[in-house]
Design a protein around this ligand. Structure first.
Ligand code: M6R
Length: 608
């Protein structure tokens, strides 16, 4: 999704802005631009397409200065072309604005500004901010921005510079993340910590309603009444190397191969092997609170929603508490049954997904306790939830979520273990689960060691136009996730189904051109899924079977086999999802797709 970067200090800003924009490329974008105060006026350079195009535009018409803002845009209002790219200038060129989010009353404001004689040069909602700030300017940029924001309805993360008050960047946040990077004699602004990490680890996360006035040697945060707000400086504790590819062809591949470590990190210091439970410091739920939970709602989007489905099965199986899994986008627009004894678990890699955040706020408003299972430290969900479990999977840059998914399932298993042991789960069973979790990193490595076999299967199916993914029980969500991975990065149509559901419709699709991926480890429903594989073979379908043993029942039914180690049924989707990630990855690469930044997708979806 859109990215914002800002710089003010003694250095030439252009290369710093471009570097910051590059670091945020993974978020997904379709145009980019920068605006700089060059000592006399504000100069803007923009380009549709990738940042290389912006660099070419700057090379053709160089621009520099020591105060600047930059943006990568993911189109919402208006086509992804140069005139709609940010920054947007006010009518007299004195104000430049970059904006993430959506101004809901943009057309009303646009009409009012047109009545005052303002001529619009883009189709964006953002341009109204630039003209409004010009119109309301009376000597102080922050005051003009505050006045403009009072007229705006919607969501925003903005950065504004002005030639009439040039020694500062004014930023504001409502619903779209922003942070200040605190440097030495220089300061930064960014929507994503990765953009500034090369220059500082000291950051101030802005909250909704905050306005930041950032100057070269200082910064202050004020509210919409210009009253000062205290804000802590946080330290980012991950390294630049973690957001670099480190020899891998793509971030996605790197992140798939990092899973032995990322899963280990999710469990580090938390798994209590002897007691058969987990220690989770940030829960903020006492023993009594855990016993008081009547029902659990898990809300999420996309891949996080798939991990939530596994969470539902885990919690109901072990802790015997009713669980509902809700699409965050639907939850907030219906009338869900939430009481003060409801626990709402919020799953999000980024911690910034707009629908998930809104669902969490709605659950809170209705009296539920909220628990965020989030990867990005300091993200909005992590700061607003009542308690949380960080995934500690490390930065996930590839748009297709991989290591965050496996860490989400592990975090859910840890939480379930703790909850279930407080209720009815015996220590013996708890130990068995804890031991199985403990074994996962080495088992994931075993699966990764078989990547060449998966690549060979990918070669065979790279030109397929459709895929079916089928699984039962704990592996049904893994089938959904496998299908999502394939469609989002290779653009091949893929569907996930519970295997037995196939005969209620999808079976009509099966012929010799339809590859069907079965997740069929030796588990409680193995015999059942064998029947489903037979149904596919009987109709000339081609089977790719992920299984855990040389099963006589499968002989003659498997066209392509991927072997995974055995674990408890409930943890099997973690191991099964790894070859599914690899299959999607290799197929996408062989089709020449842009794996890390698939078309139309954004890493963190901060608009509704
Ligand atoms: O950051 P979140 O986990 O809240 O993101 C939710 C979805 O947007 C995300 O999982 C999306 O489906 C990914 N592209 C999946 O690979």
């Amino acid at each position: 999704m859109c990215g914002i970067i800002g710089y003010i200090g003694p250095r030439e800003a252009t290369p710093l802005l471009i570097e910051g924009l590059r670091r945020m490329e993974y978020r997904g974008y379709d145009s980019a631009g920068v605006a700089l105060w060059d000592g006399e006026a504000i100069e803007v350079r923009r380009a549709a397409g990738k940042i290389a195009k912006l660099e070419a535009a700057i090379a053709a018409d160089p621009v520099d200065g020591m105060v600047g803002i930059g943006h990568t845009r993911w189109a919402t209002h208006g086509a992804p072309n140069e005139r709609n790219a940010h920054p947007h200038l006010s009518a007299d060129g004195s104000v430049a604005v970059v904006h993430n989010g959506i101004i809901e009353n943009a057309s009303v404001l646009r009409g009012a500004l047109q009545d005052l004689g303002y001529v619009f040069r883009s189709d964006t909602d953002t341009e109204v901010i630039a003209h409004l700030v010009q119109e309301l300017f009376d000597g102080s940029l922050e005051e003009a921005v505050i006045h403009a924001l009072r007229k705006i309805e919607g969501t925003y993360g903005i950065a504004v510079i002005s030639s009439r008050d040039p020694g500062k960047i004014v930023a504001a946040r409502k619903g779209s993340p922003l942070l200040i990077g605190v440097g030495n004699g220089e300061n930064f602004l960014a929507s994503d910590a990765s953009a500034i990490l090369a220059h500082t680890r000291q950051v101030v996360y802005l909250d909704d309603g905050d306005v930041a006035v950032i100057e070269r040697d200082s910064y202050r945060v004020i509210d919409l009444n210009a009253m000062p707000l205290p804000r802590d400086v946080d330290r980012i504790d991950w390294d630049l190397a973690e957001i670099e590819r480190g020899g891998y062809a793509h971030f996605m591949l790197k992140e798939i191969f990092e899973q032995p470590q990322s899963v280990e990190n999710t469990m580090r210091g938390r798994l209590m092997l002897e007691d058969g439970t987990a220690k989770l410091g940030g829960l903020n739920l006492s023993h009594e609170d855990l016993l008081r939970i009547d029902n659990i709602i898990i809300t999420a989007c996309g891949t996080s929603w798939h991990s939530a489905l596994i969470g539902e099965l885990l919690i109901e199986e072990l802790a015997r508490i009713p669980v509902e899994v809700e699409y965050a986008s639907e939850f907030r627009y219906r009338n869900p049954i939430v009481t003060e004894r409801t626990l709402c678990i919020v799953m999000s890699q980024s911690g910034e997904t707009a629908d998930t955040l809104a669902a969490m706020r709605e659950a809170k408003r209705r009296g539920a306790r909220t628990l965020g299972l989030v990867n990005v430290v300091g993200s909005t969900i992590a700061r607003e939830d009542d308690g949380g479990v960080y995934l500690h999977a490390g930065p996930e840059i590839g748009v297709a979520s991989t290591k965050a998914f496996t860490s989400q399932v592990v975090a859910l298993a840890l939480f379930t273990l703790k909850l279930a042991r407080k209720r009815d789960l015996s220590v013996v069973r708890g130990r068995e689960i804890a031991q199985a979790l403990h074994a996962l990193p080495a088992q994931i490595q075993e699966v990764l060691d078989r990547a060449p076999a998966v690549e060979a299967i990918a070669e065979r199916f790279k030109d397929a136009t459709n895929f079916l993914y089928l699984g039962r029980g704990f592996n049904f969500p893994a089938a959904l996730e496998g299908a999502l991975k394939l469609k989002e990065i290779s653009y091949i149509h893929a569907e996930g189904y519970p295997a037995a559901e196939m005969k209620h419709g999808p079976i009509a699709l099966i012929d010799e051109h339809m590859p069907v991926v079965f997740i069929a480890p030796h588990d409680a429903v193995f015999d059942k899924i064998v029947s489903n594989i037979q149904e596919v073979k009987a109709r000339s379908g081609t089977t790719i079977v992920i299984t855990s043993r040389d099963e006589p029942a499968l002989r003659g039914l498997i066209d392509h086999e991927i072997r995974i180690p055995e674990t408890l049924d409930m943890l099997m989707p973690i191991l099964a999802s790894v070859p599914l990630q690899l299959l999607a990855y290799y197929i996408a690469v062989k089709r020449g797709a842009h794996v890390d930044q698939p078309r139309n997708l954004a890493k963190s979806v901060t608009v509704e």
